[in-house]
Ligand binder design. Structure first.
Ligand SMILES: [Zn+2]
Length: 385
């Protein structure tokens, strides 16, 4: 099967939820087109109105909660909210293999001048879930994608903070539930759909590998009763303020955010996904399943913003996408596999099992063809006019 690409960017049709219209243009390119018409002054006014609506009457509590990873976008969110005179509580769900750079950047966020909570889950249980998720849905980062959403929502309930200020909503171009005039309290169902869990539910983990219900407290959303008692709701800041990864990185750097000393492995920039040694494995599985990797995501954004031609983007993507994940941010694959107690042989077997063989070159017996570094060959590897 040959991948079909958006005629404007370099995203293939296999990306989940991507729609390519009759003119051959993807919905992400269309959404960006619409953003050019946005009246940002008007959007900022809407933001200020929402912030005022949720501000505690007498300064007795935080104005909002900001989920932060410590990355460039979290820096941008915190910097902007402080500029608007707000007093946020920042919450981090600790990542699975926190790098030194990630630790530096978390400490740097605190220094911007905010109260901060970091929630770390039991690493023994976490490693079991990493392993289960890698084996069952081909996503080592599945538990992280659960807790980056559940933990801030749990803290919002516990601290009685109704407004959560998320960064960008990549799925939808809308401001978030707090923008609706009424009925805007988040339900557990909305949150669960928002998270995107690849068909594996948190409750499915109970009883596997000795995991008990009580091990999964932080992986579970508050009940609907708890959510409505506090009136928990949220907005996406990227709807209200101009949002650009590179600009966010430059603003963050000016405030002490540190970047990687070279282009991140499998990526085409040095300023994002620099806090977790496991990310490369997550991205590599996206390549095996759908035929595109992190460099494609970044190249597409650069094309939409007019920073790269489609042809140059294509060349860059071919240089970086789909390399076997031997190391990431200086962390060797062996170290990550040892952390989650999986052998190299089993890892390669899992990779092969989740590879969409229709997308990659196979020999006459149907086995994947690999070069001496374990790299596959994507079929139809040419940009159509
Ligand atoms: Zn496109």
């Amino acid at each position: 099967m040959h991948l079909k690409y958006c005629q404007r960017c370099v995203m293939p049709h296999t990306k989940p939820d991507l729609l390519i219209d009759a003119e051959g243009v993807c919905n992400a390119c269309r959404a960006y087109e619409n953003r050019r018409q946005v009246d940002w002054d008007q959007r900022k006014k809407e933001l200020l109105q929402i912030l005022d609506r949720y501000a505690p009457a007498n300064g007795s509590n935080y104005d909002c909660l900001i989920p932060v990873s410590g990355g460039k976008d979290s820096h941008y969110q915190v910097i902007r909210m402080l500029e608007l005179g707000r007093n946020p509580l920042c919450v981090t769900a600790t990542t699975d293999y926190l790098t030194d750079l990630g630790r530096h950047n978390i400490e740097n966020i605190k220094k911007l001048g905010v109260d901060y909570i970091e929630v770390s889950v039991n690493p023994q249980v976490r490693c079991k879930i990493n392993r289960l998720a890698l084996r069952q849905v081909g996503d080592i980062s599945w538990p992280e994608h659960v807790t980056i959403f559940t933990i801030p929502v749990r803290i919002a309930v516990q601290f009685g903070i109704p407004l959560i200020v998320w960064g960008e909503n990549s799925q939808n171009e809308y401001g978030g539930p707090a923008n609706a005039a009424k009925d805007n309290v988040l339900t557990r169902r909305w949150l669960e759909e928002f998270g995107g869990l690849l068909g594996l539910r948190v409750s499915d983990l109970i009883g596997q590998d000795g995991i008990r219900e009580k091990d999964l407290i932080q992986y579970t959303y508050p009940t609907n009763e708890e959510l409505s008692r506090v009136g928990v709701t949220g907005i996406f800041l990227g709807y209200y303020l101009p949002w650009d990864g590179l600009a966010n990185a430059l603003i963050a750097q000016a405030h002490g955010f540190r970047t990687y000393h070279q282009c991140v492995e499998g990526s085409m920039v040095n300023y994002e996904n620099i806090d977790n040694g496991q990310v490369r494995i997550h991205d590599y599985f996206k390549f095996l399943k759908f035929g595109f990797d992190r460099a494609t995501d970044l190249a597409c954004m650069a094309v939409r913003r007019g920073r790269l031609s489609r042809q140059d983007a294509w060349k860059i993507v071919r240089m970086h996408d789909g390399k076997f994940p031997w190391s990431y941010l200086g962390v060797p694959l062996d170290v990550i596999l040892k952390q989650i107690d999986i052998s190299f042989e089993e890892f390669v077997g899992i990779c092969d099992r989740f590879t969409n063989k229709k997308l990659f070159a196979c020999d006459a017996r149907g086995n994947l063809i690999k070069d001496r570094d374990g790299n596959l060959t994507l079929l139809g590897n040419a940009l159509e006019a």
